[in-house]
Design a protein around this ligand. Structure first.
Ligand code: C2E
Ligand code: MG
Ligand code: MG
Ligand code: MG
Length: 290
């Protein structure tokens, strides 16, 4: 039986119960937690690097378990796959992301929320209609949803992935190539898929100002994105120097702790208000070049 060790979560914004390190999570624990409504979405902002303007967010799954404390997705997504829960979990993320988008669109025009899709979702031919129904029911335009797919997911069954991604794209949803650079993908195959956005993995962003090899990967990834008419997105930006450097090489969008951690819905709404009204200009102003 697959079992995962519980690790303390880095979530600072909520009171996390201290997990007992020896606890093992079973499929039944997860099924019970899901049925009890303990799984929910947190939202991490994505900004335009040139202006600091908020362009969207990524919905990230969290499990607030009375038994295990706050559990990070790396600890339960693969278990959700095994339990046959990944589709209902993803549809839950989609509903929460779409409802946030609906509430923000009047004040943040063009806002787009991203949801992570695993290979199981791409192999399911009913998914594009299910996704469309969620957005139509909440009167949110398709252009306000970004679907994040890792390059490994896209390559796991190329024919099925291609088919589903095209059907999703035709319905107007954006498609993002997540964790770019971490897989062993064929660029020529990826280039045929309908990606709008290339998301450079955070392992290349952290330390890219001091490690020449990382910096080469990052600049090359931005160049690839631009060559294929995709938006270049950097995740895991932890300091403003890195943010400014990414902006200077033409990376379009950024996400990371330097801007904000993932926040629960109500805190995200407060953050948005504060950011747009007061913080963004002063925080992100590029220092005078000497
Ligand atoms: P990801 O899609 O690449 O998401 C980005 C991860 O980087 C998130 O971790 C986020 O909290 C973290 N992160 C953001 N900014 C920073 C930063 O500045 N520094 C550092 N060190 N980390 C940062 P999280 O939330 O733990 O998610 C981990 C992975 O779990 C995600 O990676 C995604 O692949 C998966 N995941 C999360 N939610 C879902 C979901 O609803 N469905 C599926 N299929 N996978 C999900
Ligand atoms: Mg992602
Ligand atoms: Mg990512
Ligand atoms: Mg990642």
């Amino acid at each position: 039986r697959e079992a995962l060790m519980v690790q303390p979560c880095d979530c600072k914004s909520m009171r996390c119960a201290e997990p007992r390190k020896t606890d093992v999570i079973t499929i039944d624990d997860l099924k019970e937690g899901f049925a009890n409504g303990e799984i929910f979405a947190m939202f991490q902002p994505k900004i335009l690097l040139t202006t600091g303007k908020l362009v969207g967010c990524e919905a990230l799954a969290r499990w607030n378990s009375p038994k295990f404390g706050m559990v990070a997705p790396d600890r339960f997504i693969s278990l959700a796959e095994e339990a046959g829960l990944i589709k209902p979990l993803t549809l839950l993320m989609l509903r929460e992301a779409t409802e946030l988008t609906r509430d923000l669109l009047p004040t943040v025009p063009g806002f787009s929320a991203a949801v992570n899709f695993s290979a199981t979702l791409l192999a399911d031919p009913t998914v594009p209609e299910d996704v469309e129904t969620i957005l139509v029911d909440r009167k949110v335009p398709g252009s306000s949803l970004m679907i994040e797919v890792t390059e490994t997911t896209a390559m796991s069954d190329v024919a099925k992935a291609m088919d589903t991604l095209l059907r999703l794209r035709i319905k107007g949803f954006g498609i993002s190539m997540d964790d770019f650079g971490t897989g062993y993908s064929s660029m020529s195959v990826l280039a045929q898929m309908p990606f709008c956005e290339l998301k450079i993995d955070r392992t290349f962003i952290k330390g890219c100002l001091v490690d020449q090899d990382l910096w080469k990967v990052v600049t090359s990834a931005v160049a690839i994105a631009r060559a294929y008419n995709m938006k270049a997105v950097a995740e895991g930006i932890e300091d403003l120097e890195t943010l400014w450097a990414l902006e200077s090489i033409g990376c379009h969008i950024g996400q990371g702790y330097a801007i904000s951690k993932a926040l629960p819905r109500s805190e995200f709404l407060q953050w948005t208000d504060n950011w747009e009204r007061r913080v963004r200009d002063s925080l992100l102003r590029i220092p005078e070049r000497k």
